[in-house]
Design a protein around this ligand. Structure first.
Ligand SMILES: CC(C)(COP(=O)(O)OP(=O)(O)OC[C@H]1O[C@@H](n2cnc3c(N)ncnc32)[C@H](O)[C@@H]1OP(=O)(O)O)[C@@H](O)C(=O)NCCC(=O)NCCS
Length: 145
C-alpha cells in the first residue's frame, strides 16, 4: 500500500514537471466526453552521438494504451503519428512493442532491430551503491578506501 502511494506520488511529480515541457516530452492523449481514453508518450533520451546516429538523441515511445472499449477506431495510430511528428532533432524513435501494438508500429514504418534488448533492474539505492563500488573497483583495479 505504501509502495503504491509512493509510486503514484512519483508519477504525479513526473507528470507535473514534464506535461508542459515540449522540448523533452510529448504527452499525446484522446479524450472522449471528458474521459481520457487513449495515450502515447514520447520522451527524449540523450546518448553519445556516433556514425549511425549523429545527433545522439533518441525518442522513447511508451504508454501507448487505448481503453478496451475505445479500441479499433484509430486512436493509437493517430497518437503515435502525433509523437513522430513532434520528434525534433532526434535520430530515431525506439519502443518495446507488445504483440497487440506490433501491427500499428509496422504500418507506421517501425522495423525490428537485431541487437537483443537487455536491462538491469535497479530495485533500491543500496543496490545502486553496490554497483558504483564495483565500477570504482574496476577503474582503479582494487577495492576503494
Ligand atoms: C495496441 C493498442 C494501443 C491499439 O489501440 P487502438 O486505439 O485500438 O489502435 P488503432 O485503432 O489505431 O488500431 C490500429 C489497427 O490495429 C487494429 N487493432 C487495434 N487493437 C487491436 C487488438 N487488440 N487486436 C488486434 N488488432 C487490433 C485495428 O483494428 C487497426 O487495424 P487497421 O489498421 O486494419 O484498421 C490497444 O490494443 C491497447 O491499448 N493494448 C494494450 C496496451 C498495449 O499493448 N499497448 C501497446 C504497447 S507497445
Amino acid at each position: 500500500m505504501r509502495i503504491e502511494r509512493c509510486r503514484r506520488a512519483r508519477a504525479r511529480r513526473w507528470f507535473a514537471r514534464y506535461v508542459d515541457d515540449d522540448s523533452s516530452t510529448r504527452i499525446s492523449v484522446f479524450d472522449f466526453q471528458g474521459e481520457l481514453v487513449a495515450t502515447a508518450i514520447g520522451t527524449v533520451e540523450l546518448g553519445v552521438p556516433n556514425v549511425l546516429y549523429p545527433k545522439g538523441r533518441t525518442v522513447r515511445l511508451a504508454n501507448v494504451i487505448t481503453l478496451p472499449w475505445h479500441r479499433g477506431q484509430g486512436y493509437a495510430t493517430a497518437l503515435v503519428r502525433d509523437v513522430i511528428a513532434w520528434v525534433m532533432d532526434a535520430d530515431r524513435v525506439d519502443l518495446s512493442a507488445t504483440s497487440e501494438g506490433q501491427r500499428i508500429y509496422e504500418q507506421l514504418g517501425f522495423s525490428f532491430i537485431s541487437a537483443p534488448r537487455m536491462k538491469l533492474v535497479l530495485e533500491n539505492s543500496s543496490r545502486k551503491r553496490t554497483s558504483t563500488t564495483g565500477l570504482v573497483e574496476l577503474m582503479v583495479g582494487r577495492r576503494p578506501g
